[in-house]
Design a protein around this ligand. Sequence first.
Ligand SMILES: Cc1cc2nc3c(=O)[nH]c(=O)nc-3n(C[C@H](O)[C@H](O)[C@H](O)COP(=O)(O)OP(=O)(O)OC[C@H]3O[C@@H](n4cnc5c(N)ncnc54)[C@H](O)[C@@H]3O)c2cc1C
Length: 377
Amino acid sequence: MFLTEEQAMIQKVARDLAREQIAPHAKEVDETGEFPWKNIRLLAEHGFFGVHVPEAYGGIGADMVSHALVVEEVAAACASTSVALSTQALAIGPFLIGASEEQKERYVTPLARGEVLGSCGITEPGAGSDVSSIRTRAEKDGDNYILNGRKVFITNAGESEIYVIVARTSEHRTNGISLFIVENGTPGLSFGKKEDKMGIRGSATRDVILENVRVPKENMIGEEGQGFSIMMNVFNETRPIVGAQALGIARGAYDYVREYIKERVQFGKALSSFQMVQAMLSDMAMQIEASKLLVYQASEMIDRKQPGVPLNSSMAKCFASDTAMKVTTDAVQLMGGYGFIKEYPLERMMRDAKITQIYEGTNQIQRLIIAKQILGG
Ligand SMILES: Cc1cc2nc3c(=O)[nH]c(=O)nc-3n(C[C@H](O)[C@H](O)[C@H](O)COP(=O)(O)OP(=O)(O)OC[C@H]3O[C@@H](n4cnc5c(N)ncnc54)[C@H](O)[C@@H]3O)c2cc1C
C-alpha cells in the first residue's frame, strides 16, 4: 500500500523518534515497571496524542492511517509506551463520536495535545467480554448523577486526569447504558493497586472505584441510553489501532531476529543459511505484510467512512495480534536459549504481544463479530 507524502513524513518522524529516543529505554521501562512519563512528554511534544484529531480540538488533523503508523513505530520500540497512545485514542473516541461541541473543546483539546491523559472505564469484575452486563450505576439526582461501582483493568487509571465511565442508567441491557466524564479529584473516585502484569509492564493498570461520585448532568456524553452504541462505534475505530500496536511489536521482533540469524553461526554456517530457518523468517515476513495491509486498509476505511468498517476493524485487530504472538514466539525460538534470556529484547516482546489478543475485545470476540458480519444478522 502506498502512503501519501504526509503519511510518509509522519511515519519518518515517528520512526526516528522511536528508534533514537524511546527504544533505548524500553528494557528499563519493562524492568522497573515505571510509568514512562518521559516518553509520554516526547510524544506529546510531537503532537502524537492527537494525530487523527481535528486541529479545532488540539490535534494535528491528519488521518487514521497516520495515527496507525505512529502507534506501529512506537510499539516496535516500546510496547508499554505505545499503550499510552492507544488508550488516549480510546478515551478521545467517545468525545469525537458523541460529545457536544463544548465537551469536545474542554476535554479533547488537552487530551489531543497530550497535556493530560485519559482513560476509558468499561470492564468490571463480572463484565468483560459481555459489556452489556455492567453493573456500575448512575442514579439521577436533580441536576446531577451519582455513580457507584467498580471498574477493573483500567489502563492509565491513577495517571489520567479524565475518565470516561460506562454506567447503567436503566435496566435495559444495552439501551440502559450511558457515558459519563469523571475528572480526577472528584470526591468518591479512587484507584486500586497497580496490577503486576505479564507484559506492557510500564503501562499502569488499576481498578477505578466509584463511591457516590457526583457529576453534573452536563458530564454525560451523548443522550441517556446511548452509551453502548457510542462505545461499539468507538471500538470499530480503535481496534485497528490495537492492530497497529501488534504490528509494531511483530515488526520489532522480526527486525531483531533477522539480523541475529545472519550473525549466529552453528554447524559452521550462519543460521540464516538453513532452509528451515529461512522458512520461519519468510512466514514472519508474510504475516507481518498481511497484518500491515489489513491495519492500513481498516484505518483508511474509517477515514473514508466506508461501510464494512466493523468487519475490517475486527479482522485487522485479530489477525495482527495473532501475528504478533506467533512472530514473537518464533523469534524467541530462532534465538534459541538467548531468546529466553532477559538481556535480549525478544522475551519482552513476546510477553508484550499477548495483551493485544486480549484487550479491546478478545480475539474470540473478534471472530464472533467477523462471523456475524459475514453471515448477517
Ligand atoms: C492490561 C489490560 C489493560 C486493559 N485496559 C482496559 C481499559 O483501559 N478499559 C477497560 O474497560 N478494560 C480494559 N481491559 C479489560 C479487557 O478489555 C478485558 O480483560 C477483555 O475484554 C476480556 O474480558 P475478561 O477479562 O473479563 O474476560 P472474559 O470475558 O471473562 O473472557 C474469558 C475468556 O472467555 C472467552 N469468551 C468470553 N465470552 C465468549 C464467547 N461468547 N465466545 C467465545 N469465547 C468467549 C474470552 O475470549 C476469553 O478467552 C484491560 C485488560 C488488561 C489485562
